[in-house]
Design a protein around this ligand. Sequence first.
Ligand code: PRP
Ligand code: URA
Length: 209
Amino acid sequence: MSKLTVCDHPLIQHKLTIMRKKETSSHEFRELVKEIATLMGYEVTRDLELSDIEIETPLEKTIGKEISGKKLGIVPILRAGVGMVDGFLSLVPVARVGYIGLYRDPETLKPVTYYNKMPKDISERTMILVDPMLATGGSLIEAVRELKNSGAKSIKAVCIVGAPEGIKAFQEAHPDVDLYLAAVDRCLNDHGYILPGLGDAGDRIFGTK
Ligand code: PRP
Ligand code: URA
């Protein structure tokens, strides 16, 4: 079973409550997605490997630590995942960014992939997949499948709100991929929307609808 971490820091919970409110504007919503992604990024990057490096301070030589290996990859699921990219880049500005284009067919709720553009050497990078919503889990499950088919070996998945149904489906489909959430909500409605949720994340971020 993959590990589930719920990042319930008070700042994250406070910001998420504002995001949920129906009267929150797109402008505020977008900012909050970015801020929550930054705060979650702190937890998601906690176990990055370090190596020793010899440096010289103005006073003497010493051994410092630096993050080892190839630069991280951040992969938003289009569209809503794009809202989380800047938050991660504010912590790891040198990260590479790949894109997976997926949408949920409104009738079947099944994911349809329409785009996949990854950085080079993804088998040597930790790839962090971001999407604010984990509802049925179909999109995230398919996106991880795409990443694995593209060669990724070390993947973490980061969503803001998850439904129990989607979390279970994801953990069963990809037991090797750790999942990070800011909140676990109650359930899905008949249209696959998360309750209480925050509505359609893509529409709220980009002001469509
Ligand atoms: C939303 C969301 C996820 C997906 C989650 O995207 O951003 O990608 O739904 O649902 P699932 O867990 O049931 O697959 P949507 O398909 O609405 O596309 P959009 O980002 O282009 O609006
Ligand atoms: N996608 C969203 O944007 N919101 C939901 O509640 C479910 C899927």
